[in-house]
Ligand binder design. Structure first.
Ligand SMILES: [Zn+2]
Length: 286
């Protein structure tokens, strides 16, 4: 496998992913659980758990991480384990109804939240739920930070949503995100925390970082006591066009005639070619 292929696989941008997923559908749950793809996902989940803990987004046994495996299964973190201490054998296999199929540990009841997201939105390939302090502070107030202040937040998240409070771990709690999950990839859970979905576990964790840092920066900026500068609408439209190209959801997409759910990128082959060119250039190839 050349470096460009490694790089694409690592970042979940490999065009052959869909082919692999189709092949995966024909395998039994146990074959899938023991496949190289599952091993790679387990390693990614463990790395991500460590990041969440290092960033103080999860305390005690809080937070959970999952990823789709084939069309019908999910690899996920278990209950009662710190995200800093995850090991390969701790990762469980579940079907989309929450039935455990492999793994020695007990599933987290918050997996129900992940499963509702997967069932509602086929674009969600990985879900990360955590309790980052600044985002959770906004969740306590039932408000989202205002938009138009930092481009990175606008590109990767845009308008966030707040799902109403329900008792964690229940089916009612899991369903609170359903009205938001097509148009928002970052959802604050009232009086609880944050859940983000994306195409890979790594990217879902990036969204948690972007959300929490944005909430923190906004609160600091407010303390300066000066009016906040706002990105002009026409520049936000530039960002929306970029998001459309990347296939990201944004509730404001109708402004530029786009799909708020984030249409599939029309130019996947163009993106793959771009990655090839960039990674080739880094290695000194033309
Ligand atoms: Zn939680």
């Amino acid at each position: 496998m050349d470096q460009a292929t490694v790089s694409r696989s690592k970042h979940g941008e490999d065009a052959s992913k869909e082919v692999r997923a189709q092949h995966a559908e024909k395998q039994s749950p146990l074959e899938l659980f023991n496949s190289p793809e599952a091993n790679a996902f387990r390693a990614e989940i463990i790395r991500t758990g460590r990041k969440l803990w290092d960033r103080q987004y999860v305390d005690g046994n809080g937070g959970n991480i999952s990823v789709r495996l084939g069309a019908e299964f999910v690899l996920c973190t278990p209950t009662m384990l710190s995200k800093a201490d995850l090991e390969t054998a701790d990762i469980c296999l579940s079907d989309l109804s929450g039935k455990i199929l492999a793994g020695d540990r007990t599933l987290t009841s918050e997996l129900l939240l992940h499963l509702e997201i997967y069932k509602a939105n086929s674009k969600a390939k990985a879900v990360v739920h955590c309790h980052p302090p600044y985002a959770t502070a906004f969740a306590m107030t039932g408000t989202v930070p205002p938009n138009g202040l930092v481009p990175e937040y606008e590109v990767f998240i845009g308008p966030a949503a707040v799902a109403p409070y329900e008792t964690p771990g229940t089916q009612a709690f899991a369903e609170t995100v359903l009205p938001f999950v097509h148009v928002h990839n970052a959802i604050l859970l009232k009086n609880h925390g944050l859940v983000c979905w994306s195409d890979t576990v790594t990217h879902a964790e990036w969204l948690c970082e972007i959300m929490d840092t944005y909430c923190k920066t906004y609160l600091i900026a407010k303390q300066i006591g000066q009016p906040l500068g706002v990105i002009p609408d026409d520049k936000i439209d530039d960002i929306l066009r970029r998001k459309q190209w990347m296939g990201l959801p944004d509730a404001r997409m109708a402004r530029i005639g786009g799909d708020p759910r984030g249409a599939d990128p029309k130019n996947t082959s163009e993106i793959v070619e771009l990655v090839k060119r960039v990674t080739g250039r880094r290695e000194g190839r033309s």
